[in-house]
Ligand binder design. Structure first.
Ligand code: GLN
Length: 469
C-alpha cells in the first residue's frame, strides 16, 4: 500500500457523519482479502457474510446513536484466540474441527464494543515459531516482498494489517510474536504488561509468558484496543488491577550495549537504530548505554521455561476432549500416542520433548530450577535499569525478514532471532515495536521500546514522540 489507512478515530468520525458505512468498510477489507489472501495466506477463515450482516446492524446502531466505543472497528484475530461458535486451531491439525463454546475475554470485549471480527489469522502452530513457517496451514508471505517470511508467530495478523485486510489484529506474544512480525511487516505491535489483558480463551503455549496485544498502523488504535480489552475479568488469576501510573518522566532512556554490539545485528539496522537515537536526543532526551551481563542466558532461560510450560499445557491434546482423534488405535495409550504423533508438527513435538526432559526428575534442578533462578536475575537487572531510565530501546530484530526456508533447517538459528524480544516476556514488562524504515532491499525494520510494568500509556506517548522526531 502506498498510503496508510486512516486511524479509527477518523473512520468513526466519518461513520458518525454518514460519510462512510460499516458495510462499506467491510467490503473494502474483503476486497483486499480477495485480492491478496490466496497468495499471502494471512487468513485461515474469513467471516464474510457474518461480518457484512453484523456491519448492517452496527450501521443501524450508529444511525440511532447507540453504537459502542469501537463500532465498525474491523478486527482480525490470531488462530490462538477462541471465538464462540467459530473454529480455533492454533495453526495445528490437532484441533482440526474444534469450535469454541465461548469467546476469549479480549475478543468478547471487542464484540461488546461493536467491533467487527472479519476472520481468523494464520500463525505458527501453538505460537511456536518466528517465521510462521511452523503453521500446519503453510507459511504467511510478507506483503513487502513475497519471497520473504512474515515473521512469527503472529504472521497472519501482521500481514493482514500490512495489506489492509483489517484495521487492527489481535496477536499474541510469548517471546516476541507480536513485535517480531510487526517489525518484519512495517506495522506497530504492542505486547502489554503480563497481567494486564486476560488470557482467558487464549490457547496456552507458555502461561507465565503469554500475552494478548494489538497490531495496527496507528498508535492511537493500539491505545483504544488496549483500553477495551484490559482489566479484571475473574477468569485469569494472574491479572493485576491496572495501577495509576503517574510518575515523573526522567527524560532518560537506555540501550543495552551487548545488544547493539551483537554480531548477529545487521549493520543497516544498527545504523538506522542510531539515526533514530540521534533524532531522539535532539528532542532533549538523554540516551545512555548500559551493560547487561545476562544476554547470553536470555534465550536458554526462555526456551527452558517455555518448553517446560508447553509440555504441560499441550498434554490436554490427547484425542479425547477435542479436535483430531486417530482412527486406528487398539487401546487408550495407543490412541493418545497416535493422535499426538499424527497431528502435532515437528517443532511442537521438539518442544514437548525438550520441556518434558527439563522437567524430568533427574534434570529438574539442573535446568528448570536453574532457569527460574536466572529469570529472577534477568528481572532484577532489568528493573534496576528501569529505576534509572524511563525506557529501554533496541532494534526489534537483528535482521529484516528472512527468505522463505532460510532458517528452517537449523532450529537454533531460528531461536536466535528472538534474542531482542524475549526480555520483555521473561520480565513481564510491556514492549512496543515501531516501524523504523526499510533496508536497501525495501524490507521493513523495527524499533523496540520496553517500559515499566503498566506504563503502556507512557510507552505509547514516547512512541508518538519518536514518530514525530
Ligand atoms: N519465536 C518465539 C518462540 O518460538 C516466540 C513465540 C511467541 O511469542 N509466541 O517461542
Amino acid at each position: 500500500m502506498n498510503q496508510l489507512p486512516l486511524p479509527y478515530s477518523e473512520i468513526r468520525r466519518q461513520l458518525n457523519a454518514g460519510e462512510q458505512t460499516c458495510v462499506g468498510l467491510i467490503q473494502n477489507h474483503l476486497a483486499q482479502i480477495d485480492a491478496h489472501n490466496n497468495k499471502l495466506n494471512a487468513f485461515l477463515a474469513v467471516y464474510r457474510d457474518e461480518a457484512l450482516a453484523r456491519a448492517e446492524v452496527i450501521d443501524q446502531k450508529i444511525a440511532a446513536g447507540q453504537a459502542g466505543s469501537l463500532a465498525g472497528l474491523v478486527v482480525g484475530i490470531k488462530d490462538l484466540l477462541c471465538y464462540e461458535s467459530h473454529g480455533s486451531q492454533a495453526g495445528s491439525q490437532i484441533l482440526n474441527g474444534f469450535e469454541s463454546t465461548f469467546s476469549a475475554t479480549a475478543v468478547q470485549r471487542l464484540l461488546d464494543a461493536d467491533a467487527i471480527i472479519i476472520g481468523r489469522q494464520n500463525c505458527d502452530e501453538f505460537g511456536m515459531g518466528s517465521t510462521n513457517e511452523n503453521s500446519s496451514f503453510g507459511p504467511v508471505l510478507n506483503f513487502a516482498n513475497t519471497a520473504h517470511v512474515a515473521g512469527g508467530s503472529s504472521g497472519g495478523s501482521a500481514v493482514a494489517v500490512q495489506a489492509g485486510m483489517c484495521q487492527v489484529s489481535l496477536g499474541t506474544d510469548t517471546g516476541g510474536s507480536i513485535r517480531m512480525p510487526a517489525a518484519f511487516c512495517g506495522v506497530l505491535g504492542l505486547k502489554p504488561t503480563y497481567g494486564r489483558v486476560s488470557r482467558w480463551g487464549l490457547i496456552a503455549y507458555a502461561s507465565s509468558f503469554d500475552s494478548i496485544g494489538p497490531m495496527a498502523h496507528h498508535l492511537e488504535d493500539l491505545s483504544l484496543v488496549l483500553a477495551c480489552i484490559e482489566g479484571e475479568d475473574g477468569y485469569d488469576s494472574t491479572l493485576t488491577e491496572v495501577p495509576n501510573m503517574a510518575y515523573q518522566p526522567k527524560k532518560r532512556i537506555a540501550y543495552i550495549k551487548e545488544i547493539v554490539e551483537h554480531p548477529s545485528l545487521q549493520s543497516e539496522i544498527r545504523d538506522a537504530f542510531f539515526t533514530q537515537v540521534e533524532a531522539i536526543e535532539s528532542t532533549g532526551v538523554e540516551v545512555v548505554s548500559v551493560d547487561f551481563a545476562y544476554l547470553d542466558q536470555m534465550l536458554p532461560t526462555y526456551y527452558v521455561l517455555t518448553t517446560a510450560e508447553a509440555s504441560s499445557n499441550l498434554a490436554r491434546f490427547d484425542g479425547i476432549k477435542f479436535g483430531h482423534r486417530t482412527e486406528n488405535a487398539r487401546d487408550l495409550m495407543e490412541l493418545y500416542k497416535k493422535t499426538r504423533e499424527e497431528a502435532f508438527g515437528e517443532e511442537v513435538k521438539r518442544r514437548i520433548m525438550l520441556g518434558t526432559f527439563v522437567l524430568s526428575a533427574d534434570y529438574y534442578d539442573a535446568y528448570y530450577t536453574k532457569a527460574q533462578q536466572v529469570r529472577r536475575l534477568i528481572q532484577e537487572r532489568t528493573l534496576a535499569i528501569l529505576a534509572d531510565v524511563d525506557y529501554i530501546i533496541s532494534p526489534t530484530t537483528s535482521s529484516t525478514a528472512y527468505r522463505l526456508g532460510e532458517k528452517t533447517v537449523d532450529p537454533l538459528q531460528m531461536y536466535l532471532g528472538d534474542l531482542f524480544t524475549v526480555q520483555a516476556n521473561v520480565t513481564g514488562l510491556p514492549a512496543l515495536s515501531i516501524p523504523m524504515g526499510v533496508d536497501s532491499n525495501q524490507l521493513p525494520m523495527g524499533f523496540q521500546v520496553m517500559g515499566r510494568s503498566f506504563d503502556e500509556a507512557g510507552l505509547l506517548n514516547f512512541a508518538k514522540m519518536i514518530q514525530a522526531s
